[in-house]
Structures are given as C-alpha cells and as structure tokens.
Write a protein of this length. Structure first.
Length: 576
C-alpha cells in the first residue's frame, strides 16, 4: 500500500511547493498560509516542522509561527492533554475537582512546573468544606471581599498514623511466630505504620533516615525490625519483577539479589505522609536497580547505563513491529523510536551477545574445548621480540620520576595486576583523583615521544629527554617542563603545520616561502635549522626527536681542511 501512496504524496508535495511559491510575500511564505496548505496532507506537527526545514533548504523560506500560536501548540502537548483527560475522571456532576486530585494527576503524569500551573489554571477546583465561594463579578453581583480558604489537611493525619503504628507493632509480634511471613500481604495501614517505625516514630515521620544510621542499629532494634519486616513481606514483588529480566545475561538469583537492594532502598526512602502504596513506590526502585545491574554486569563488555536504556527502547520497538507483521529494518525502527538511523545501527552492533569460552557446557566440558584452534603457536622469533619490547617498555618507565612511573605502571597494569582506578592511585599517593588524572595526561605524551624516536631506542631517548640540561635548568620537574614547552603556541602550530604538509606532499620539505594555511611554514623550518645548528645539538632533545620524526635531518659539521705543503723547487744542478 505504501508503494501506491508514494507517487500521490510526491505529486501533492510538488503542487504544494508550486502553490507556496506563488503566495510568497517579500520572499517569505506566511505561517498561516503554510499551515492551511499543509492541513490537507494530514501532517503532524513534527512532520510539518521537517517539511518547513526542507522547503527552507530549497530557498523557500517559511515565516515563524506567531507567539499566540506557539502558546496554543505548547498547551496542546500530549502530556498536558493526557493530564486533563485523567483529571476529568475525578470531576463531580458540576465539573468541580478536588485540589488534591489536581496535585496527584500533575505528579502522576510528570508535568513540569509550568505545565502544572496551566493544569491548575484550567481546572475548576472545588473549595474545601466550610469555605464560602465568592460570586464572580461578571454575573452582575457586587464584588465581595476575598475569602481566606483554610489550608487542606495532609493526606495522612496524626490519628491515622497512631492507628497505623499500632497495626505495624501487631505485625511485628505476629511474625515472631510465623514460619513463612513473606506469604502474608500487608495492608495499607500496616505499610504506613512500619514506615513510621522505621523513621523512629510519628514525630520523625517526615525525616528520611540514612544508610549509615540504619546499619548502625542492632538487629533487635524496633526500627531495624520494621525495615526488615517491610522488605520480607514484599519479596513477592521482587521475584515478579525479576522474572521479566531473565535471559539478558544474568542468572535469576543475581537479578533477585539486585531487586532486593532496590527494595531495601525503597523501604528507607518511602514517605508515609504522602499516602502512597508501598508496592507502587518500590516498583520503580526495584526496576532501576535491576536495570543498572544488567548494564554493569550483564555482558562481558560493559555498556553505559544511558546506552543500555536506548538498547531496551530499540528492542521494544522491534518486538512491537514484529508483532504487527512489519519489517524491522533500521529505518523502520528509527522512525518507531524517534532516533537517528545511525544510532539504531550502533545499538544493534552493541546488542550482539557475547559468551565466555570458560562456560561449562556439560560434564565439565568448557565451550572453548569445542572450538577448533586455528591460531598457530608463535615462533621463537616472535616470542623473543615480544620479550625485548616488554623489557624496553619497563626500562623506559623506570627512567621516569618515581611518582610518574608508579602511575603509569599501576594505571595500565604493567606489574601483572589489574589496572588501578584513579581513586585507588589517589589513595596510594595521598592526592586526589583529579591530580592523578592530570599527572597521567602530562606523562603520556612524553612516553609516546620516546617511543617515536627514529633511532628505535625508547629507553635511551627517554633518558636523554629527561636529563637534558636545557630542560632541567628551567624546572626541577622535567616532565612538567616538557609539557609546558610542547604547549607553546608557536611550537605547536609549527609542528601541526609541518605534519599536515608531510601528509599531503610526502617526503618533500617545504620551500622557504611555503605557507600552510595562515602559518609561514617555510620560514619556521628555516628558523629551526638555524637554531639547531649542526647535528641539531642546540635544540632540546624532545624538540629534536619531534622534528626528526617529521623528516628533518641535520647536516654534519664541516671537517677542518689542512693546507697542502707547497712543493719547493729543486736546487739547481752544480756546474761541471
């Protein structure tokens, strides 16, 4: 069907483009004209916006919508419309709604502050019992003095809290003689009472406790028992949610354990004064904790949490398209998810399942044992070369100052241990993680420079770089002095220009009048030759290595010439 609609749609767009060209006013199509012309096509607001951008790219400018129109479009957002439809369910015969219903609907639909204000302004809020309603002025009655409406009561009163606490204490007493307390479902009063006991009574019901505060309580403490009771009686919620995340890389026991951590966090943060149901509140925390665990430990390659959420969104869209019998090409999924096609393709590459070769298949057989080994055993030459390379690396790192050598060794796991984090290195050295990161950023270019030495001896090159008198005279910290020197504007600009020239022209050196962009490259190269002298010995070692790696070579010094002895004329022969 779509193939038959495409020609008609193209023809309609062609007619639309021709009509809009004839209705331009000073080179701009009025927005009302554009809106009236596109309404016949049945386009949504997003499609209309994309069409306006496409016409602008074709040199057909569309005027911006007026402020009033933008305000009406903003009010017509799907989230606000849904909130209004939901609020209509709480209206009485006169169309009046309670203020608590307005606040609850705004919180349930996740409205922003401005959207919530719009919802309140458009709703007919009923006054509380006992409050008189002033007569509107437009009805002909004289305006009355403003009436003060008393504040509404909290969702849970203090008397209700006392009854809930009593019910919660009865549950704690009954659980002592119950072999399977998790099978009993708590009532709303019991959940509120346990939450009040967890917060140390009615007086502290509005104060959220901390993890440290609860972990320091003895097991027999009433607050600790109330928390454990609230968790144990909601274990069924954890198991029902954990079953939805199976076959995603983790065992069911691991998912249930993560859900338990989310349930304990929900029990600590549950506010008994809000009047909510605990299972509804805890569901969000349990799902979030299981999702975070899947993102961190669900695959051999860790995927960031935000990308894991995008992967779940793409997977839901694919399942929905398959259930409707539609294709799941990247473009179709991108339209369903409102994502770029490149993002969908990236998500599909990341979603490929990985497996461990050490996974046990059956009877102690590992997966790696069933895979044919196609990699040849490395030869003696390759083993020796790898050993020499590793020895050169350790020797080069040993030439660094102690603090930098410790950071490089621990950060990249060169000591045979797992790579250390910035926090671990900060604790070892007694500095902050940010300072460790700064030191790592400084020492890394110095090591890279040593390993790019054309002579092929990184250890000797690093020793020459760090012990150069021109560097040590400027600062006692040679690594920091080299970092500052490499960051100078004229030097970095000249190196970048010479590198770009060599990539484009090959081995040829620039002429004296060569310019690379707005940089006088030929003049800069001549200045470096003049400063370096013969053999380049007048340049700092790190600068000379950089220039040599870019193809600059130095002339040998002239040899001293010895004067040839002048041949003396032979004495005349004696006369006979």
């Amino acid at each position: 069907m779509l193939d038959h609609q495409v020609p008609s749609l193209k023809a309609a767009l062609g007619r639309l483009y021709a009509d809009l060209q004839t209705k331009q006013v000073r080179g701009v199509v009025p927005y009302q004209v554009f809106r009236s012309e596109t309404e016949s096509l049945g386009l949504s607001e997003k499609a209309r916006g994309r069409l306006a951008d496409a016409l602008t790219a074709l040199k057909l400018r569309i005027a911006d919508p007026p402020r009033q129109e933008a305000e009406r479009e903003r009010v017509r957002s799907p989230r606000t419309d849904m909130a209004r439809r939901l609020l209509d369910r709480f209206a009485d015969d006169a169309g009046m709604v309670d203020a608590r219903a307005v606040e609850g609907v705004a919180r349930l639909t996740g409205l922003s502050l401005s959207e919530a204000d719009e919802l309140r302004s458009g709703a007919r809020i009923a006054p509380p019992p006992g409050a008189s309603v002033p007569t509107p002025a437009h009805c002909g009655a004289p305006p009355e003095a403003p009436v003060t409406i008393p504040a509404q009561a909290a969702p849970v009163t203090s008397g209700h809290l006392e009854r809930a606490v009593t019910a919660a204490r009865n549950v704690l007493s009954a659980d002592r003689f119950n072999l399977h307390p998790a099978k009993r479902i708590l009532t709303a009063d019991e959940e509120i009472g346990l939450a009040v006991l967890l917060r140390d009574g009615v007086a502290q019901a509005g104060i959220e406790p901390t993890d440290e505060e609860l972990s320091g309580l003895p097991p027999a403490n009433e607050r600790r028992r109330a928390r454990d009771c609230l968790v144990v009686h909601n274990l069924g919620l954890v198991h029902s949610l954990a079953r939805q995340f199976t076959d995603q890389g983790l065992e069911y026991e691991d998912l249930a354990q993560s859900g338990m951590l989310g349930l304990m966090r929900a029990a600590r943060k549950f506010d008994p004064l809000m009047g909510n149901k605990f299972s509804t509140y805890a569901t969000t925390w349990v799902r979030q904790m299981i999702g975070r665990t899947l993102a961190d430990e669900g695959s051999a390659i860790r995927i960031p949490v935000h990308m894991h959420e995008v992967m779940q969104k793409v997977a839901r869209a694919e399942r929905s398209l398959l259930s409707q019998g539609l294709p799941i090409r990247a473009a179709d999924v991108a339209v369903a998810c409102d994502l770029p096609v490149a993002t969908v393709e990236k998500v599909r590459r990341l979603s490929r399942r990985t497996d461990s070769l050490d996974r046990i298949i059956n009877d102690g057989v590992h997966l790696g044992d069933l895979i044919e080994a196609r990699t040849a055993i490395p030869g003696v030459e390759g083993t020796v070369i790898d050993a020499l390379t590793e020895a050169e690396l350790h020797a080069a790192i040993a030439a660094l100052p102690d603090r930098y050598a410790h950071i490089v060794t621990r950060r990249y796991g060169l000591d045979g241990q797992d790579p250390a984090t910035l926090d671990e290195l900060g604790k070892d050295l007694g500095i902050t993680r940010e300072r460790v990161r700064q030191l790592e950023v400084k020492v890394r270019p110095v090591l890279e420079l040593a390993f790019t030495d054309p002579a092929g001896a990184p250890y000797l090159a690093l020793r020459r770089i760090l012990t150069d008198k021109r560097v040590t005279a400027a600062s006692s910290n040679a690594v920091q002095a080299i970092t500052k020197d490499r960051a100078k504007r004229d030097w970095s600009a000249g190196v970048n220009a010479l590198r770009a020239f060599r990539e484009r022209e090959g081995d040829r050196l620039p002429e004296p009048d060569q310019w690379e962009g707005d940089f006088p490259l030929g003049q800069w190269v001549d200045e470096q030759y003049e400063i370096a002298g013969f053999h380049g010995t007048e340049l700092p070692t790190h600068r000379r290595i950089v220039l040599e790696s870019l193809g600059m070579w130095w002339q040998p010094p002239p040899r001293p010439t010895r004067k040839r002895p002048v041949a003396r004329p032979a004495p005349p022969a004696p006369a006979p």
